[in-house]
Ligand binder design. Structure first.
Ligand code: ADP
Ligand code: ADP
Length: 227
């Protein structure tokens, strides 16, 4: 269970002329699938990284279930992020890649094993646990990256353009898989893309950004077209 509230959130990069995000307000409902969409450079990634704790907040508040998390380190947030470039450790096997975040957090070997196998099951990766990333396809690598998020059992999943490096066919397939995952895990998911079709097909709620400003936030049915 997790509602994410973004209250007057500001991001000013050091040395930048004006803020990348002047003042963002958004409520991400518990267990919803929210897509942030907009052209390159509009601030999607910045917003997502602030939620993850990977980027300092210049102003405003970030709350999960009413609790202010501005100053929590990424490790202590109940949030897992999936990156566009997968960010896998090349020298580690699939198993070790998925286990790593749990090892850091001092989970027992038994608990790690249980979670890794459960995630591998969900992602149909049981036969690939010994593989190294370089011996896998792009789609398989992205699945490992998703698995690494799943094993954390976070309240909130963040996806930063996770399918951009995949070919068109695989992209469509992975969209379906991620939506299925959402239904299965009952988690809150925030998904960033610059692809409008992806946004419209995946989002329960679509947040349209332009030049750091949230222009619209509504269901796909209720969005109006503003080129
Ligand atoms: P998007 O994810 O929508 O492509 P970003 O959040 O990456 O957009 O970028 C939003 C704005 O912030 C852009 O103008 C970008 O140039 C700027 N920006 C992003 N990261 C940095 C950074 N580390 N330092 C300075 N400016 C940045
Ligand atoms: P350590 O470095 O502490 O030995 P590992 O991650 O190498 O930790 O392995 C911990 C345990 O996880 C192993 O004892 C084994 O049971 C299991 N394990 C590791 N890799 C695999 C794998 N590829 N397939 C199945 N189980 C694995």
């Amino acid at each position: 269970m997790a509602t994410v509230e973004i209250r007057n959130l500001v991001k000013q990069y050091p040395g930048a002329e004006k803020p990348a995000i002047p003042n963002a307000n958004l409520t991400i409902d518990d267990q919803s699938f929210v897509v942030l969409v907009g052209p390159s450079g509009c601030g999607k990634s910045t917003l997502l990284r602030m939620i993850a704790g990977l980027e300092d907040i210049s102003g405003g508040d970030l709350l999960i279930d009413g609790q202010r998390i501005n100053n929590l380190s990424p490790k202590d947030r109940d949030i897992a992020m999936v990156f566009q470039n997968y960010a896998l450790y090349p020298h580690m096997s699939v198993y070790e890649n998925m286990a790593f975040g749990l090892k850091l957090r001092k989970f027992s070997k038994a608990e790690i094993d249980k979670r890794v196998r459960a995630a591998a099951d969900i992602l149909s990766m049981n036969d690939l646990l010994d593989r190294k990333p370089k011996a896998m396809s792009g789609g398989q690598r992205q699945r490992v990256a998703i698995g690494r998020a799943i094993v954390r059992e976070p309240k909130v999943f963040l996806f930063d353009e996770p399918l951009s490096n995949l070919d068109a066919k695989l992209r469509v397939q992975m969209r379906v898989e991620i939506k299925r995952l959402h239904q299965r895990l009952n988690a809150t998911m925030v998904y960033v893309t610059h692809d409008q079709v992806e946004a419209m097909t995946m989002g329960d709620k679509i947040v349209v950004m332009k030049a750091g400003v949230i222009q619209q936030a509504d269901s796909p049915m209720n969005l109006y077209y503003d080129p």
